[in-house]
Unconditional design. Structure first.
Length: 161
């Protein structure tokens, strides 16, 4: 059986916490489809195209990983791709309520699809795209927390005029 998994998210931008989940999931599933939600964040810092490009660059060492974007219901996207598994990452207890709501809603809309949770790597437990944007916005050092291409993109975004 070929296991196709979808890892959906905003990835605004992708961090090393996301990348750790991607690398581990790519070892378990035959094919991992990273799905960037077009409207997942109200006012994203990076456009959908920029987020997709950064993810492609950061994962090009992983042959069974593909990067795509979606608009609309995740349940429809997953069905359309012939996938049965959704991968999500869990950090602290604070992630749990939202993830439970998402997983149960998805179960209602697409009963054949299972959400699989992977625990964060303890190195990245505190890491989120929002904290990265906040640090980078104030000119702080984000080296080692995001892939190099993302670090460069953030530097360009926040470069003083
Ligand atoms: P969303 O807006 O859908 O939550 P994110 O891009 O913030 O999208 O996150 C996508 C998924 O990755 C979520 O399941 C989130 O919990 C998980 N994630 C984010 N950061 C980390 C991290 N540092 N370690 C593990 N999982 C993470």
């Amino acid at each position: 059986m070929v296991l196709i998994a979808v890892y959906p998210g905003s990835f605004d931008p992708v961090t090393n916490g996301h990348l750790d989940i991607i690398e581990r999931a790519s070892e378990i599933f035959n094919h991992l489809l990273i799905a960037v939600g077009k409207h997942a964040v109200k006012s994203p810092l990076f456009s959908t195209a920029e987020r997709v490009t950064m993810l492609k660059e950061a994962t090009n060492h992983l042959p069974n990983v593909e990067v795509d974007w979606f608009d609309g219901l995740l349940s429809d996207y997953v069905r359309q791709k012939g996938a049965r598994i959704i991968v999500r990452g869990l950090r602290a207890v604070s992630d749990f309520d939202y993830e439970l709501q998402m997983a149960l809603t998805l179960k209602k809309l697409a009963p054949a699809v299972e959400t699989v949770f992977m625990m964060t790597n303890s190195k990245y437990i505190y890491l989120s795209s929002s904290i990265i944007k906040e640090i980078a916005g104030y000119g702080g050092c984000i080296h080692g927390l995001v892939p190099d291409n993302v670090e460069a993109a953030l530097r360009r975004k926040f470069k003083p005029e």
